[in-house]
Design a protein around this ligand. Structure first.
Ligand code: MN
Length: 231
């Protein structure tokens, strides 16, 4: 067993539906724009752009329940509901038709975004990290194994704030379906067991306020509910 000079931090993980065993998280990849209507609302042409990616730290993923803290440095914290893919087997340079075999399961997650920091980063051609990769920036519900839910290719994806619908779309609107997304990631890095991929958000992103109650779901995968903490 390796000896370390300091105590290693606990393995980041996420709950699994119907099990006390947890899914260990290695890395978190996120697709930038993957629904046409959201690409348009952010001022981009959805037809011409191949997918691009950013990352979050593994321990940015927290349970999407109870209270999720309101982060520092922002006046404009945005919600982005997303289908999350959990990778169970590694692979590199895959074709889309090989990609599905890597999937262990699916979950419902929110790509929390400090939109004001992101807007500044875009204007100044700086990295997005500080706008996307902060503490608790990836609340995620329990993962559902493929054995339970198959590979969802259509179904409503939605998010409500204080009971009011804010985001709504369908998985069949993904510009790059899950298999294509996995293939693209695998062409940039070698995918490994424990990697999560947030697959992009439908239109309707907007600001969250301290105290807001967020409910969200993906048909056939699950639903989540959490409160936004105080500043
Ligand atoms: Mn996103």
């Amino acid at each position: 067993m390796t000896e370390f000079v300091i105590q290693p931090t606990e393995q980041a993980s996420v709950a699994v539906a119907g099990s006390s065993a947890r899914f260990p998280i290695r890395r978190v990849f996120c697709v930038g724009r993957n629904y046409a209507a959201h690409a348009r609302e952010m001022g981009n042409d959805p037809d011409r752009e191949p997918p691009f990616f950013f990352t979050k730290p593994a321990d940015a993923v927290v349970a999407a329940e109870g209270t999720v803290p309101y982060p520092s440095l922002t006046e404009n914290l945005h919600h982005e509901i997303e289908l999350v893919v959990a990778i169970g087997k590694g692979g590199t340079n895959l074709k889309p038709e090989q990609a599905q075999d890597l999937v262990w399961g699916y979950g419902v997650g929110v790509d929390l975004t400090r939109r004001d920091l992101q807007d500044t980063a875009k204007k100044m051609s700086r990295p997005w990290d500080w706008s996307k990769g902060f503490d608790a920036s990836g609340p995620c519900g329990p993962l559902q194994p493929v054995a339970n839910v198959g590979h969802p290719a259509e179904g409503r994806i939605w998010l409500k704030v204080n009971g009011e619908i804010r985001q709504e779309g369908d998985l069949n609107e993904l510009i790059w379906p899950v298999a294509d997304v996995i293939a693209y990631v695998s062409q940039s890095v070698t995918l490994a067991p424990g990697d999560l991929i947030f697959t992009g958000t439908p239109a309707g992103v907007g600001a969250l306020q301290p105290g807001d109650e967020v409910t969200a779901g993906v048909a056939g995968v699950g639903e989540i509910a959490f409160r936004v903490g105080r500043r």
